[in-house]
Write a protein that binds this ligand. Sequence first.
Ligand SMILES: [Zn+2]
Length: 865
Amino acid sequence: MHKPRFLDQLTAELADHEAFGTQLAGRRPFQPEHVEPQWPRDRQADIRHIRLELTLDFERRAIAGTATHRLAAIVDDLARLEFDEAELEIKAVRAGGRPVEFTTDGGKLAVTLAAPIKAGAEIEITIDYAATQPRRGLYFVGPDAAYPDKPVEAWTQGEDEDSRYWFPCYDYPNDKATSEVIVTVPARFTAISNGALVSTAPGASPETRTFHWRQEVPHSAYLITLAAGEFVELRDQAGAVPVLYYVHAGREHDARRAFGNTPRMIQFYERIIGVPYPYAKYAQVAVTDFIFGGMENTSATTQTADTLHDERAHLDFSSDPLVAHELAHQWWGDLVTCRDWSHAWLNEGFATYFEALWCEETLGADEFAWNLRQDRGNYFGEDAHHYRRPIVCNRYRAPIELFDRFLYEKGALVLHMLRRLLGDTLFFKSLNRYCTQHRGQNVITQDLQRAFEETTGRNLDWFFDQWVYKEGHPELEITSSYDDQHKLASVAVKQTQQVNATTALFRFTSSIALMDADGAETRHQVEVERREHTFHFPSAKAPKAVRFDPGHDLLKTVRHKRSREALETVLRYAPEAIGRGEAASELGKDGSAAAIAALKTALLGDRFWGVRADAASALGAIRTEAAIAALVEGLSVAHPKARRAVVRALGEFRDRPEAAAALLELLKRGDPSYFVEAEAALALGRTRDGRAFETLRAVLERPSHQNVIATHALSGMAELREERAIDVAREMIPYGRPPRVRVAAAGAMAKLAELSQSRRAEILDLLLPLADDREFLMRLRIPGALEQIGDPRALGALRRLEQSDLDGRIRRRAGEAASAIVEGRTRSEEGSRMRTEIDKLREDNRRFEERLARLEARGGRNGNS
Ligand SMILES: [Zn+2]
């Protein structure tokens, strides 16, 4: 699943890094005390084949049909079988063709066999069922009065445990079966599912068509998919593998632009994994209102239609990360599948790292390093401001809670360190062994470790222990000195993290680069395993600069004080862009004329856009006249992502009319990039210039990719702190506006609630009903908005969401927001006035938590609470 980046995009567009309300709250426990471990499920039967024969009724938003499971008993004398089902109408059940008794209770369909069967014996269970307006699993999309142009579609989303909402099944990853989906849809529709298309034929009713798909490679139930709509099919080819894209008519060019690299990616992955693409075809279906970025159903990935983009967006937006991620899952997650969610990093960490590997392959080492830097930033953000947990962790309430920065980003960064530890040859050879040995199976982390150990002969207990089963990362302090008499450079490395039962004293290999004034470097490999090491290197003269871990391969934080001259040298000469960028950022804390000059040179002349962007941000942190002049000059840089950073930095200059003037001018003349214009709108708001309001209101109307300009203009308006911005935001909130614009308006409102007590009440009245909004994105955003306002009157709505929303992400955010309000940890400037009220509420909250714990203890054991 592609989740975090999708939400990143959302938060980035809001340009409000507190968007989800967690940033200032500080680290909380990952789970409340009372949450018990979730152990993998026991199986009584091995499901061998699942056959779904279904009819989709788009008028009634209903599904009806038959699910047939061919299975073999694992246990002896199997007399009773259980399937998962959620809100399905079970009509009849047959075993071996004969009607049998069944009951449904608590999300389980229990089937009693006429006579017990022996271990190994096969039986076929046939279930007739129907569902009308399913709330999860199968989503019907279509036009309504507010969105008359929305296309008619139906699509499924199984992961994590939602397949049971559209067919009765064993809904847990630790079972794999082949499958068939035989689905009848209106004749003008195309239905896409897993595996090969066996046939299409006229359906039994007039004006219908039946598609028969068959997946010959066993897969887990959460990977079974169905998507139907009036799609056009575009064809491509990767060697012998047919590659298909499904989009609505009119988006063909956008589809090629978004998905066109797929064949090359398939061949790249085949080469580095050494295992051919395993399925009959690879299809990507772009669907409307998808609740993730993408979902890697075997051979038939669902992608958000939001990733389709025009030529202008393509200037500085690419679907490659999303496409590469989902494609990588076809091996990592689909062919080799985590046995249970606690090991889901074997799916998501891999897909995230392979996203980066595609980036390295096509864009080079510096872009690759930037990609990993972004992963680190996301991980550090969640670790510092949200919670900390080990990558493998079985204490959770809903599995989706695990799909976070630890699973994705930290997982990817750990794989990267393993690669650097072993070298490319052994790393990929080990991955090949892991994939070859476990294809078609379920895996746990130990399987991966063993494949690496068997391939390399090395013991890796320590590596997996410190990075995967324990939590945290090295927090390093680096100091260096030079002994002129003995011609020795010394570098001391100290691990300062608190070492305890959950956080290790880390063992790692890294390198130290000693740089001369002219940029010449010598590098030394070092092994660290103690709390403190001092390394001595012969050196004819004092190094101008010392760089620890010059490639930035180790996941760590570093405190390393270096002189301005040293940083200037690094900024000028470091071969890796990532090192130059870091030096630029550090120079931003210096602020001297010399630092500004060095940053300006980098901004205008560095060969990598990321370093230019870092130099711009550093100049934004300096905030002097010379810095602003350099930035205005920097508006001419060619790379749109660097220009974005320049524009963002100009937003730092409040009370500097020339910064606002430059932004106003840019917005007036326009920029080739949507994203630069969007960033300029937000930055203009941050300057709080008197001329900003009217410009932002006008900019709000500009069409753009994913409405990025409008959403940033709304966030910019929130920064203005003018009451009239409330009225603009209010106009953008109603159902019927573009979903992302609505969400941005809600965020802006929350921020503007600080303006006055009376406006706060008004805004709260407006936002509270949105906790029940039809749109998923809005319900996901609302808890953060209410947390920001910090008014205890929101607690009822938040508790309701926490208890009853069907999406685990929303439940979790709602719970966090409610706790933050109760504990008074909100960002509201007026929050302190409410302390007394809050104290009263604390007591209520304590009682509530007790009740919730009791409820969960009673009903939540099946992991589907
Ligand atoms: Zn994924």
